[in-house]
Ligand binder design. Structure first.
Ligand code: EPZ
Length: 416
């Protein structure tokens, strides 16, 4: 298993281009099965989760070709509707395929996605919504199976603005009979990106980005070409790392409106941020101010996926900060590893109390989840001494080239 080796303490300067958004590519790849045609998706990062989604498409009978960051999906011959357990286990967000496969094939079968390192992550909101669309859903023996003669439009109110459930409803209903309205829909930028792609395929959807999305079912969809939005969480991670290491970094291929809440918090910690047309620059004067209370919230609130990198940043603040994790019930597991590097963090339930320390010290640590692993990388880059990070495969699920990107900014980091 590869490791990351970091000799910390270097200030970061320079510019890197941010990859395409993992959480946009995945539902858009699921959407390609909705038509018996060819679709081309640009800006697809080389990630374990994207490779898993490609394997799912191939399992269904699609032919997928990658050329650089472009994936071409030929979905003319979708011949299967059952996903192998191994693929479902590799990536729980495969659940987003459920709606699309059911809409294309009239049925689907997949093993119920397990929980993961950040929480139980049930799919009750997905199941309830699909049933309201007239889809029969059976959950037996650890499998989720669907059957649908016709998918009919429905008025669906989500108890929680679930990103995945919103995506599943959009994917399942765009070929349905009649109108579907999603109330209390997720508003994340990835939802708007999915709407843009589906509309290019001929779907009639509007409202993404607001909490009410209206889908008018159409008879048929066709292939489309699309470039996914930049990855706002990768951008947030790199900005945090720059803030922790000092110096001035510039990120290109970033949409700063997607990270308004992140920018606001970075400014509160004392960072100087300049938003340009296609990029954003962060300048750190070496001081980091604490944040009394930082709450993760559904978009446009502060993103839960940036929580771990910000905990690393606030660990170096001149005072005490509190982070409250309102989205997932178990998303502080990485804090133990940060404490091995000298952080002073106490976790109680959904709150972490972070007392700022002078510095991180290099240590041997292990990534336990994707974003927690990224936080360890940021801490290692800022630490005094050498850090070895195991569990790099988890980080590779969401970061295409974190070691190359940070090395471009001056960090002494390599994959072993
Ligand atoms: C998406 O997960 C993202 N993943 C997550 O990013 C992100 O953290 C999350 O949205 C929130 O923004 C992808 O897009 C692939 P949810 P998703 O449904 O769709 C509960 C990363 O690091 N819930 O909005 O699974 C759930 O347990 C990943 O890139 C139910 O209770 O998130 C959680 O507490 C991590 N029942 C909350 O809602 C359901 O049926 C938010 O989940 C569905 C969700």
């Amino acid at each position: 298993m590869s490791k990351l080796l970091i000799k910390g303490g270097k200030t970061l300067n320079g510019s890197v281009r941010v990859q395409g958004a993992k959480n946009s590519v995945l539902p858009i790849l699921a959407a390609t099965v909705l038509c018996d045609d060819i679709s081309t998706i640009h800006g697809c990062p080389q990630l374990r989760d994207v490779s898993a989604a490609v394997k799912i498409l191939e399992c269904l009978g699609c032919r997928v070709k990658r050329e650089g960051d472009t994936l071409t999906v030929d979905a003319k011959c979708v011949s299967a509707a059952d996903l192998p357990d191994s693929l479902m286990r590799r990536m729980r967000s495969s659940i987003t395929f459920l709606g699309a496969i059911t809409a294309r094939c009239g049925r689907a079968k997949m093993c119920s996605p397990g929980g993961c390192e950040i929480g139980i992550r049930p799919i009750d909101l997905h199941i309830k919504a699909l049933r309201e669309l007239g889809i029969r859903v059976y959950e037996t023996g650890g499998y989720t199976e669907t059957e649908a003669d016709r998918i009919k439009g429905a008025d669906i109110h989500l108890d929680f603005p679930s990103v995945g459930a919103t995506e599943n409803i959009m994917l399942a209903s765009c070929l349905g009979d009649g109108k579907t309205t999603i109330w209390n829909a997720a508003k994340e930028p990835e939802i708007s990106d999915l709407q843009d792609f589906l509309c290019k395929m001929g779907a009639k959807i509007k409202g993404a980005g607001s909490d009410v999305i209206v889908i008018d079912g159409v008879k048929k969809l066709h292939g489309a070409e699309h470039r996914v939005i930049p990855d706002r969480i990768v951008a947030a991670t790199y900005l945090c790392t720059g803030a922790m290491c000092g110096g001035e970094i510039n990120l290109t291929n970033i949409c700063s409106t997607h990270i308004k809440s992140v920018i606001s918090v970075l400014k509160d910690t004392g960072m100087i941020i300049k938003e340009e047309k296609d990029g954003i620059t962060l300048k750190s004067n070496g001081r980091i101010l604490p944040i009394d209370i930082l709450r993760t919230m559904p978009y446009p609130g502060f993103p839960t996926d940036a929580q771990a990198p910000f905990a690393a940043l606030l660990s170096l603040a001149e005072g005490t900060s509190v982070i409250v994790e309102n989205i997932f019930e178990n998303r502080f597991k990485y804090c133990g590893e940060l404490c091995r590097m000298g952080a002073d963090i106490k976790v109680s339930g959904r709150a972490a109390v972070i007392r700022g320390v002078k510095r991180f010290y290099g240590a041997c640590v292990t990534a336990m989840d994707l974003r927690g692993g990224a936080a360890l990388v940021a801490a290692g880059a800022a630490a005094h001494g050498e850090t070895q990070i195991d569990g790099v495969n988890l980080i590779e699920r969401g970061y295409e080239s974190i070691e190359d990107d940070l090395a471009k900014l001056g960090a002494d980091i390599k994959k072993d």
